[in-house]
Design a protein around this ligand. Structure first.
Ligand code: NI
Length: 140
């Protein structure tokens, strides 16, 4: 565990009130926990901005009755087999499927793969959630 440094910050009263509201709403124990997560979130955004290797999850919603779509989605994942870590398929109802694909790689590669899936006929939603391999978050 690293040494803890105490900081004092200055905020305008309305902004300080918003800080406390956000701390309460997100159910943090205190302001320090909230600020720690804000810093970590910025570090993750910086990893993406600088093109570092990151972790990302694509969530897809698609109509499995669309001809050939399942094969095309599988082919895209095989093309990026080095980036795809795991995937989970859920049958939402008679027509609709959801798939969560966990990936590791450069941000532009993961965005390109997401765009490729989104462009396929029958894919109704494709969202890429950004996360981190954790390297930038563990500076002891
Ligand atoms: Ni399904």
């Amino acid at each position: 565990m690293s040494e803890v440094v105490r900081l004092s910050i200055s905020l305008e009263a309305p902004l300080a009130a918003e800080l406390d509201r956000l701390v309460d709403r997100a159910r943090y124990e205190n302001r320090s926990e909230f600020v720690r997560d804000l810093v970590r979130r910025s570090l993750v955004e910086e990893e993406w901005d600088r093109g570092r290797e990151i972790l990302g999850t694509i969530t897809l919603v698609y109509d499995h009755h669309q001809s050939g779509l399942g094969d095309k989605l599988t082919a895209l994942q095989h093309e990026h087999h080095a980036n795809v870590l795991a995937s989970t398929h859920v049958h939402l109802d008679h027509h609709m499927c959801a798939e969560m694909i966990m990936m590791r790689g450069k941000p532009d590669v993961l965005r390109h793969l997401t765009d490729g899936m989104r462009s396929l006929k029958g894919v109704l939603h494709a969202a890429l959630a950004y996360s981190s391999t954790g390297k930038a978050l563990r500076k002891e």
